[in-house]
Design a protein around this ligand. Structure first.
Ligand code: BV8
Ligand code: ZN
Length: 250
């Protein structure tokens, strides 16, 4: 089915990637907002990526939170509401099947929506945290908070302190263990699928370069070209929900 949004991917390229998948001993998959697009979650930089008149870079920063915690929480509360209504799509589910069929598989996601885990993925590294986790800026306590909508913005910790979303903002370091595990998975992989990311935000965008430097093949799955496209061995121009299921072994 070729909808106007996503062209039909080249069947020859699909076949070549299926051959590489069958031969791969250690498969690593990295994903970005594009894999959740077909679950109804707007991407950051695509159409619908704005919220009111703001860009993600305007709101996903410690400065924005210090300046106007309520505004930042309105954005996250809105996203939590969208995500709570969303279901994993065929792209998420295909990655679950890929993981189940292999003894060496690692999924690294920049997404904070938790849809990979809801789809059934087990081996997930969240390099930018998770929107359902909150952390007290006073006592540091981190907890899971699934309330949507939140009863009050910004939400408060039992200690009285203000809670922040448990995600990594621009200018903040990534969680050390997540970064190190992702780094070594990229070094050890012999095939990396890079799905639904604009490959603009570092250090996550460096993962394919690390994999390539260690001899892995890189396959990009994205309807649009990105700065990674020239460095990928193959690019499948189409959507995650359309392409990933076609890469599964019969
Ligand atoms: C860091 C979590 C060390 C929160 C996010 C100056 C000062 C300070 C830092 C920097 C600086 N200059 C550069 C930096 C580094 C900065 C950075 O890289 N900036 C970019 C903008 C240049 N990085 C950082 O700050 C990182 N930390 O470097 O720490 C440090 C410390 C202090 C000082 C310096 C350095 C932290 C980055 C993490 C930020 N947090 N999100 C939240 O979600 O609310 S970023 C956010 O955007 C996402 O998490 C993701 O990582 C990133 C990119 O988004 P994508 O997932 O790629 O989504 P996008 O919309 O962009 O693209 C979607 C793609 O999908 C498109 O290509 C589209 O074609 C495709 N698509 C669409 N539909 C489909 C599809 N694909 C498949 N199927 C479909 N259906
Ligand atoms: Zn507290």
């Amino acid at each position: 089915m070729t909808d106007h949004l996503h062209p039909e991917p080249d069947p020859l390229v699909i076949d070549q990637v299926r051959v590489w998948l069958a031969a791969a001993a250690r498969l690593v998959v990295t994903t970005g907002a594009g894999i959740s697009a077909e679950s109804g979650i707007p991407t950051f930089r695509g159409p619908g990526g704005l919220w009111r008149r703001f860009r993600a870079e305007d709101l996903a920063t410690p400065e924005a939170f210090r300046r106007d915690p309520r505004l930042v929480w309105e954005w996250y509360d809105w996203r939590r509401g969208l995500i709570a209504q969303a279901a994993p799509n065929a792209g998420h589910l295909a990655l679950v099947e890929m993981e189940q069929g292999r003894d060496s598989f690692q999924l690294i996601t920049q997404n904070v929506d938790g849809l990979h885990q809801r789809a059934g993925s087990q081996r997930v590294i969240e390099v930018h945290g998770n929107i359902w986790r909150v952390r007290c800026i006073d006592c540091g306590t981190e907890s899971l908070n699934l309330e949507t909508p939140l009863p009050q913005l910004p939400p408060r910790c039992p200690c009285g302190g203000m809670l922040r979303p448990g995600v990594v903002w621009f200018g903040e370091d990534l969680p050390r263990t997540a970064l190190e595990t992702a780094w070594s998975a990229a070094e050890q992989g012999d095939l990396m699928l890079v799905v639904g990311t604009s490959s603009l935000v570092y250090p996550a965008a460096a993962l394919p370069d690390i994999a390539r430097r260690h001899g892995a093949r890189i396959v990009e799955i994205n309807p649009d070209p990105t700065p990674l496209s020239d460095r990928a061995d193959l690019s499948l121009r189409g959507s995650a929900a359309q392409i990933l299921p076609r890469l599964l072994s019969p």
